[in-house]
Design a protein around this ligand. Structure first.
Ligand code: ATP
Length: 480
């Protein structure tokens, strides 16, 4: 259903703009910075605009705000406090000149400014009350494509023409920073209307042919915002897919798009759509997304939603990829990974995940898991990589009691048992006059297993145990 609205937005109110910036953790300095860039641009005879996703999101929040005054609800958890804002600016003029002026005039908050003369772009990083803010400055330009999938030819232009190189109308809206019209909306392609109508629309019929990665972006924005790809855009998308547009895109670029989708909250919904639109098959004939893939994707999303902070070192994309390819014949997996140019490291990791999966299945089916001592659980699972163990958990059916048991044991192993270490070390063994050698490892392992079973608690107890069992000169009595 389209958004209803009381008033059509013509500009973003300064107070709302400041509130949103506050949500990102920035203070009033951020607003001053935008004003200053607008003023400096004007002084140079140029015009500065905020463009891209930030403007689109701001407008969506503003529309939602008409219904719901609580800004936290409006932001809908999209932005985390630790997110650094990365905003795109379009300069009618020369972005590199503005970047140079910013460097000289706004010295205090500038962390770095990098200028790319060739493309007339610049990246400025600011520090505002301890938080970084990145601004990508681009000179307004037109891009023309010589052949599908290739890099475009660039020539410089005004904002209206600059818009033509963008992907969807909802991403073409600009916010002026010009002092006379600060935060007024520049909508040259009816993007605002499409936001109100919740429609995703390309700007010209050859858009998907010029850049087929837009096919993936269409699915990403459609599902993220709950929009629909409008009929003509959908027809052109399907046409591009069936005409083989995706085959001109490199594996790396496809993987970049898939990874962006995998960062969304519920990738299963996006992959269902990729399947429905024939996009997965266009990547590789054997690729599909069925009910089982969906079930595993959902398990992965809910797991990382709850446990994200405990597994900061782990990239959920690996699990989604493992879940996507699981069950396919090995030769097909090989072909798909090659097509996606996925890289040796991930390929190795996936292969290990799959071979460990079979071993873990044997363990699940053969052992009387519930009766195992903790040290036995440790010894059984220690040869497995954390990724393999977690993937196995994420593939389980949790309404099955047996699956719940092994899940509990694996999680205890990952979160607790694998982290238990003896309090004594090599130097303690040395001071007990035990000859250095492989026995050290064996002793420390025995101590670790006893600790895991709760039989050794303090360092003193560990030393007693070693003295009593591995030296001929036990000076303290007592055994474990
Ligand atoms: P997100 O919220 O996912 O970061 P975004 O719109 O900010 O979305 P970016 O990939 O950072 O996405 O792109 C910034 C802007 O650059 C987009 O809003 C869009 O206008 C333009 N853009 C990015 N990729 C393309 C593309 N393949 N074709 C045309 N325009 C693009």
């Amino acid at each position: 259903m389209a958004y209803t609205y009381k008033r059509r937005i013509e500009n973003i109110e300064i107070s709302f703009f400041t509130d949103v910036l506050k949500e990102y953790g920035y203070n009033i300095r951020a607003l001053d910075l935008f004003k200053k860039i607008g003023e400096l641009s004007k002084k140079s005879g140029f015009k500065a605009f905020i463009v891209g996703g930030f403007v689109r999101d701001l407008i969506i929040y503003d529309i939602k705000r008409q219904k719901n005054r609580n800004i936290n609800n409006i932001m809908n958890g999209l932005y985390k406090k630790d997110n650094v804002l990365d905003i795109d600016f379009s300069i009618e003029g020369d972005a590199t000149i503005i970047a140079g002026i910013i460097k000289n005039e706004i010295k205090k908050n500038v962390v770095s400014i990098k200028i790319h003369k060739r493309f007339k772009t610049a990246k400025a990083v600011f520090s505002l009350n301890g938080r970084l803010l990145t601004i990508d400055l681009a000179t307004a330009r037109i891009e023309t494509y010589t052949c599908p999938g290739a890099l475009p030819k660039v020539s410089f232009a005004d904002l209206r023409s600059d818009i033509s190189r963008r992907d969807f109308t909802i991403n073409t809206i600009a916010l002026s920073l010009d002092p006379g019209e600060f935060l007024s909306i520049k909508d040259h392609s009816c993007g605002l209307n499409d936001i109100y109508e919740k429609k995703l629309r390309i700007l010209h019929p050859l858009s998907f042919i010029d850049d087929p990665t837009r096919i993936f972006r269409a699915v990403r924005f459609e599902k993220r915002f709950g929009f629909t790809i409008e009929p003509e855009t959908k027809r052109l998308l399907l046409q591009a897919v069936s005409d083989g547009a995706i085959s001109s895109v490199s594996g790396k670029r496809i993987m970049t798009e898939l990874k962006l989708i995998l960062k969304e909250k519920k990738p299963a919904v996006y992959f269902e759509r990729l399947e429905e639109l024939g996009i997965l098959k266009a990547i590789s004939a054997e690729l599909r997304f069925d009910e089982e893939n969906k079930r595993v994707f959902k398990n992965i999303s809910s797991f990382f939603k709850i446990n994200k902070d405990f597994y900061l070192d782990i990239d959920p994309a690996v699990f989604y990829m493992a879940g996507l390819l699981f069950g396919l014949p090995v030769s097909n997996i090989g072909r798909i990974l090659k097509r996606l140019n996925i890289g040796e490291n991930i390929e190795k990791r996936l292969n290990l995940i799959y071979s460990d999966y079979n071993s873990l299945l044997l363990i699940k089916n053969s052992k009387n898991l519930q009766k195992m001592k903790k040290s036995e659980v440790y010894s059984t699972l220690k040869r497995f990589d954390k990724y393999s163990l977690l993937f196995f958990v994420l593939k389980l059916f949790l309404d099955n009691p047996e699956d719940r048991i092994i899940k509990r044991l694996i999680m205890i192993y990952i979160n607790k048992l694998s982290k238990i270490l003896p309090l004594i070390g090599g130097s303690d063994l040395k001071s007990l006059k035990i000859a250095e050698g492989p026995l050290y490892g064996e002793i420390l392992n025995r101590v670790k297993l006893l600790k895991i079973d709760g039989k050794l608690k303090t360092k003193k107890e560990e030393l007693f145990y070693v003295k009593n069992n591995f030296t001929g000169s036990a000076s303290v009595t007592g055994h474990i």
